[in-house]
Write a protein that binds this ligand. Structure first.
Ligand SMILES: Nc1ncnc2c1ncn2[C@@H]1O[C@H](COP(=O)(O)OP(=O)(O)OP(=O)(O)O)[C@@H](O)[C@H]1O
Length: 395
């Protein structure tokens, strides 16, 4: 797996491939229209979520990609190649597949399960064993402990991890995941989701992920397709845009009235949103600090050294007397790295009962976020639009 080089060409072995659905429909034998005239381009190396209410055609769409379900009309291109012209068995070996309750073979050990596709591909035993051990490790299972167990001897979360390892075994360019985390409890699910995001950062597969849970979609997706009945795509957008600018009443309803809050999690801190409180130097005397505070009519100042490294903060109360800033200043507990989300910034603020949170690049101080600038940042993330539902952006 190559995680560091530039994006692989569409057809590179193990490399992520773009998937294009063009005018795809599925009419079942009884006349039910599962999906009608669907056009969708799933970018290589991205995690695309299909989300929508029960019966809207998510699973049908996904299963047409690996031809478990044959489309009635339209074309599906994977890395530019029409999947209907590829032998379905060979096609499926290029596509990892993870489903709810995993679908591990119950009478085979974890090791044998994970090695299924490499065995079908005729890899030699040594290579399979090395690959299986490597993958168990990647998904957080100890090969020595879990490798020889049977699926029923694992917890739900461990089974799910084994399922992901099995799907990745032959290094497919594409992963299809149908509600893979829905059978485990919410705490395990959140852990699996975080682990999975970290894994995707390394492997950069093209992932199509089906869920009916908007929270999961927003957490995991690079792009999200919100679907309504008949596989109709109501909106296909980044999580921030989906929450910030729902395109239709259906989407607004589906993402929920608390979408302003949800948007906190998917909106990064923008340096332009930071406020810049007065700065005093750690080596200054308190008299100099008092001058700065008085000049700026401020109740507190940030304490930095000459290199811009954050040392803490100094309140006007503690600036009285004759000592030094170094002695009178307080340590800064409420801080976040610059790449963080607004949600992280807000919860850090709450956790430390602070009126503001410092934003750092390494240990260099960039500025602070206050509740006011957080609110402004959220509004900026939707192009300065006034929140249209009362309470939606009250943070
Ligand atoms: N084999 C089948 N025969 C007839 N109709 C089917 C068949 N499979 C699915 N459908 C219908 O096609 C529509 C789309 O189903 P699909 O399973 O794709 O929805 P979904 O969005 O994945 O739903 P869920 O979230 O409940 O899994 C539904 O109306 C469903 O009843």
């Amino acid at each position: 797996m190559d995680a560091t080089s530039s994006p692989p060409s569409p057809a590179a072995p193990g490399g992520a491939e773009e998937i294009r659905l063009e005018g795809v429909s599925k009419v079942y034998a009884d006349g039910t229209v599962g999906v009608a005239e669907l056009d969708l381009t799933i970018a290589a190396g991205e995690l695309t979520v299909l989300v929508g209410p029960s019966g809207c055609g998510k699973t049908t769409t996904m299963k047409m990609i690996n031809r478990i379900i044959e489309p009635s009309t339209g074309r599906i291109l994977m890395g530019g190649e029409d999947v209907t012209r590829v032998d379905p068995v060979r096609l499926r070996r290029r596509i990892g597949y993870v489903i709810q309750n995993v679908g591990l073979f119950p009478h085979q050990t974890v090791r044998v399960n994970v090695g299924t596709v490499p065995r079908l591909l005729g890899w030699d035993k040594r290579r399979i064993r090395d690959r299986v051990d490597e993958l168990l490790d990647v998904v957080g299972l100890d090969p020595a402990v879990h490798g020889d167990r049977y699926p029923h001897q694992l917890s739900g979360g461990q089974r799910q991890r084994a399922g992901v390892a099995r799907a990745l075994a032959a290094d497919p360019g594409v992963l299809l995941m149908d509600e893979p985390f829905s059978a485990v409890d919410p705490i395990v699910r959140e852990r699996l989701q975080s682990e999975f995001l970290r894994l995707q950062e390394q492997v950069r597969k093209t992932i199509v992920f089906v869920t009916h849970d908007i929270e999961e979609a927003v957490r995991l997706g690079d792009r999200i397709a919100v679907m309504s009945e008949g596989g109709h795509v109501e909106q296909f957008d980044s999580p921030a845009d989906l929450l910030g600018r729902p395109a239709t009443p259906f989407v607004a309803d589906f993402v929920g009235a608390d979408r302003g809050l949800k948007r906190l999690a998917v909106t990064g801190i923008d340096v332009a949103d930071l406020e810049h409180p007065p700065v005093v130097r750690v080596d200054d005397g308190l008299d100099a600090a008092r001058t700065v505070l008085a000049r700026e009519s401020a109740r507190w100042a940030v304490v930095l050294d000459d290199r811009g490294t954050l040392h803490g903060w100094l309140s006007a109360d503690r600036a009285a007397g004759s000592g030094t800033v170094r002695d009178a200043g307080k340590r800064m507990e409420a801080w976040v790295p610059v790449g963080s989300s607004l949600k992280t910034a807000f919860s850090t603020m709450l956790q430390h009962e602070a009126g503001w949170v410092a934003v750092l690049d390494g240990d260099r101080f960039l500025g602070v976020l206050t509740p006011e600038s957080l609110h402004a940042a959220l509004r900026r993330s939707v192009g300065g639009a006034v929140p249209e539902t009362a309470g939606a952006a009250q943070v």
